[in-house]
Design a protein around this ligand. Structure first.
Ligand SMILES: NC(=O)C1=CN([C@@H]2O[C@H](COP(=O)(O)OP(=O)(O)OC[C@H]3O[C@@H](n4cnc5c(N)ncnc54)[C@H](O)[C@@H]3O)[C@@H](O)[C@H]2O)[C@@H](O)CC1
Ligand SMILES: Nc1ncnc2c1ncn2[C@@H]1O[C@H](COP(=O)(O)OP(=O)(O)O)[C@@H](O)[C@H]1O
Ligand SMILES: [K+]
Length: 482
């Protein structure tokens, strides 16, 4: 599991750790890790030209001490001081003592730099870059240098991943002690590039429940259902899929495709697209009457491609099975009907659907994903999976870590891929996973399936994502064993 903690938590843990260490030891650990990461990225240090962008806080101090270490190894290091009166004095002395210089002309230094260290602001930052930093950040971005952000890209919000003003886009970020939520959540994640974590000994001081966490192969392998010797198809779990319409028959087929690969022992399809479903998947149990008469299920998936046919949603919400509501099913969704449920409930909106549920503009959801998914989970008293470039899964209990999906590819932005995801997550619900695990494991397998299918850089179809789930499942099980 990869974990991320918020700024307040990091500060408390750092204070506890610092109390047990000699003064300045923590910053030296950070700077040593940072310098080593830069050397790794560059391949060599001697003769390399490095520009440090140094703000007024300890983030600038990290950059200066790392610069000193690199200067001692033969790099030509120049510091651009954005707040000369408030520069970290120990760091500056270390740099100059190691042969580094203070830049007279920042733009000339940046024009010839091989590497830029962004130490403008770290976890103490508020809002975007200030006006005086903007031309310097732009010059850095416009140069040929590799840009390495210190702790986080300056101008991005550590706790939320929001970018409210201008921020400096990095090629790589070297972060200290723990990930910050913003490094895992778009739009900030995009600014961070490749993220590397430097161990500064903070783990023992951090709370066991992080703010945000991301599954990895071994976590998924542990959560995936496995039939026992005594299993039969009903004990493995039955998922009912209420999807499709005359206008969108394909949504039914794709949701069933996902459901068949999520580990349930049987898939019941209920709706008008029985012929299309059976033509592709003869193993599906089909029913054209109301869902209540379709036979027992452990979970329902309702919504993909229903169009106007959303009459079944209240009936399904009233059932005692686990329920996943997606797409059209989310329209006119009654918060009280969801809040009153005792069985697991998972809502899976994309940004547009989430915006409609929250009655805000889509852009507001996209720029504040974490806050939006938390607010939806709170309002509906349900688990919410917010789809998009960063898929997030929030529990209604705010003390539970929000899961962020580290898998995926922008190629997934293709019609129908959400239908596959809802079938897959609903199937995992039927096998007995709770809503948070079902949603996050489904998003992981779905993203991994898409990544594997698009590995050659070509566009993929939603059908291929469904086909790829088996391979993704296998890769997690194999990867999880090693
Ligand atoms: N606290 C610790 O023990 C450690 C901290 N470390 C480093 O210290 C950083 C935090 O240091 P600080 O608390 O000094 O905070 P920062 O270095 O992030 O910056 C704080 C300063 O930036 C100014 N500022 C805030 N928003 C700004 C903006 N939008 N534009 C320009 N200036 C802005 C503030 O006025 C303040 O002076 C971490 O990100 C990390 O890099 C590491 O050395 C590891 C140990
Ligand atoms: N830019 C992106 N990067 C990664 N994944 C994306 C991106 N855009 C969309 N996705 C994923 O693709 C799927 C699209 O689902 P959805 O929006 O419901 O589409 P549809 O309704 O056509 O099925 C979701 O799993 C979502 O997380
Ligand atoms: K920074």
């Amino acid at each position: 599991m990869r974990t991320a903690h918020c700024v307040d938590t990091v500060r408390t843990a750092e204070a506890a750790l610092m109390a047990r260490l000699p003064e300045g030891a923590l910053m030296q650990r950070a700077a040593a890790g940072l310098a080593a990461a830069c050397a790794d990225l560059l391949g060599r240090v001697y003769g390399v030209r490095i520009a440090l962008l140094v703000g007024s806080g300890d983030n600038g101090g990290d950059a200066l001490y790392a610069g000193a270490r690199l200067a001692r190894r033969g790099a030509g290091v120049s510091a651009v001081l954005l707040a000369p009166d408030r520069t970290h004095q120990g760091g500056l002395a270390a740099l100059t003592g190691a042969g580094g210089r203070i830049a007279d002309d920042p733009f000339a230094v940046l024009a010839t730099a091989d590497l830029v260290l962004d130490g403008i602001i770290g976890i103490g930052g508020r809002g975007g870059l200030r006006p005086d930093a903007i031309p310097i950040a732009r010059a850095a971005r416009g140069s040929n240098a590799v840009i390495v952000a210190v702790d986080l890209p300056s101008g991005t919000d550590a706790d939320s991943g929001e970018v409210t003003g201008e921020a400096l886009r990095a090629d790589a970020t070297v972060t200290f002690g723990t990930h910050k939520p913003g490094l895992l959540i778009d739009p900030a994640r995009e600014y961070a590039g490749t993220v590397r974590l430097v161990d500064i000994g903070l783990d023992a001081e951090l709370p066991s429940i992080p703010a945000v966490e991301a599954l990895q192969h071994e976590d998924v392998a542990r959560l995936l259902p496995r039939p026992s010797a005594e299993s039969d198809k009903y004990r493995r779990g039955v998922v009912g899929v209420v999807a499709g319409s005359a206008r969108y028959p394909g949504a039914a087929v794709l949701a069933v495709a996902g459901a068949l690969r999520g580990g349930a022992g049987a898939v019941r399809y209920v709706g008008p697209a029985t012929e299309a479903v059976i033509a592709r998947f003869p193993e599906t149990l089909v029913h054209t009457g109301p869902p209540a008469k379709a036979g027992r299920v452990q979970s329902w998936v309702v919504g993909p491609g229903l169009g106007e046919g959303i009459g079944a949603v209240p009936e399904i919400l009233a059932s005692d099975a686990a329920v996943l509501v997606d797409a059209d099913g989310l329209r006119q969704l009654d918060p009280e009907a969801v809040r009153g449920r005792s069985a697991p409930t998972l809502l899976t909106p994309h940004a547009g659907e989430a915006a409609a549920l929250l009655e805000v503009a889509r852009e507001e959801v996209e720029s504040a994903r974490l806050a939006s998914v938390r607010e939806l989970a709170r309002r509906y008293g349900a688990t919410v999976l917010l789809k998009g470039s960063t898929t997030l899964v929030a529990d209604p209990d705010p003390s539970v870590a929000v899961r962020v999906n580290p898998m995926g590819t922008p190629w997934l932005a293709t019609a129908g891929s959400g239908d596959v995801l809802s079938g897959l997550a609903g199937s995992l619900l039927a096998t007995g996973l709770n809503a948070r695990d079902a949603g996050s494991v489904a998003a992981y397998l779905h993203g991994l399936a898409a990544r594997r299918a698009a590995a050659d850089g070509t566009p993929i179809t939603s059908w291929e994502v469904g086909e790829g789930v088996r391979g993704a499942w296998g890769a997690c099980v194999l990867g999880g064993r090693t």
